[in-house]
Design a protein around this ligand. Sequence first.
Ligand SMILES: NC(=O)c1ccc[n+]([C@@H]2O[C@H](COP(=O)([O-])OP(=O)(O)OC[C@H]3O[C@@H](n4cnc5c(N)ncnc54)[C@H](O)[C@@H]3O)[C@@H](O)[C@H]2O)c1
Length: 359
Amino acid sequence: MTDSITLTTYQKSNLEKIIISTPDSVSGIVIGGRWEAVVRLLPASNVIIVTDTNISGIYGKRFPRFPVLKIRPGEDSKRLKTIESLAGKLLNSGIDRSGFLLGIGGGVVCDITGFLASVFMRGIRFGYVSTSLLSQVDASTGGKNGVNLGETKNVIGTFRQPEFVICDTTMLRTLPDDEYSSGLGELIKTGIIGDRSIIEILEDNYADVLKRNRDILSVLVAKAVRYKASVVAKDEKESGLRRVLNFGHTFGHAVELHDGVKHGFAVASGMMLAATFSRNKGLLRDDDFNRIMHLLKRYNFPTEINMDPAKIESLILHDKKKAGSDINFVFIKGFEKPLIKKIPLQEVIDFYRQNLKGN
Ligand SMILES: NC(=O)c1ccc[n+]([C@@H]2O[C@H](COP(=O)([O-])OP(=O)(O)OC[C@H]3O[C@@H](n4cnc5c(N)ncnc54)[C@H](O)[C@@H]3O)[C@@H](O)[C@H]2O)c1
């Protein structure tokens, strides 16, 4: 646990700024403003933008006037070879240690930009315009940056905070429907483990949430960021408490890479299993369990998981969160009551085997 990390929140009309201060960094997350204002946060020169081709197609004309490096959209880009290729381009661009990387994109662009900025010349400055719901509510807060290796997610990475993150919820209007749903999956996760008012808003404002109402989304994103930042402030390097954020992720990460399922859908499946596991162990009451299932169903997450049970074992074995023959599994005892328990890996695998339908 780190006591020297502090969290400050400023609110001005519709704009909220959450500041995470660590001994060697200050990271400001701004929710509710216009993304074009990013130009005010950038140095006058020596800036390079990293984005993907989807984002540059939609927003590129309005980017600040700096060189742009584009990656292919999607999880496949989260590989060391992308980092190597981008680092070569940075070198050719003449950028030096005082340079600044601006990532404009979803979780993939943020992870790549953060990792690249952490290792290039042993670390240069960076910040994000976070463009997907998933990255606004989760990926761009907290300073974890990583790429995948083989079938293991995010196993090569760093902890380093971006100087700023801008979350402009009007950008979510151009997000494809399935990507928007994927972000809702992570939002529901945060509501379950950390802030039940998120669950209430999602239950009570279904139509507006689906319409991507800017104001409701800004409230939801701010709540999610506030919760995540509070957890990160207490445990930046994931030595304890931060693991609660992995609720639904043991299974989620396995299916995400293996089956190419989008992150939030994979997490939603993982949450269903983790909630069932929690209920079976007598930790979670039936009414809380039913409320979670009802909400997931309402937002169209599949309630049945088809996966060859034989595959799950090797995938879970690859999960970097396992410690020897045990695993730190995140259960829930109710809303806002996550519980990390070290249990035998075999127990998790047996549970999955019993609860997965073969395909
Ligand atoms: N570092 C962390 O702490 C952390 C936490 C959670 C998730 N993640 C990672 O985040 C990644 C998933 O993030 P994601 O869901 O944002 O994926 P993504 O970055 O691949 O974005 C999803 C798709 O939406 C497009 N897109 C993004 N914003 C858009 C917009 N405003 N308009 C139109 N299209 C847009 C992208 O081009 C892409 O095709 C995963 O790799 C996951 O591991 C990281």
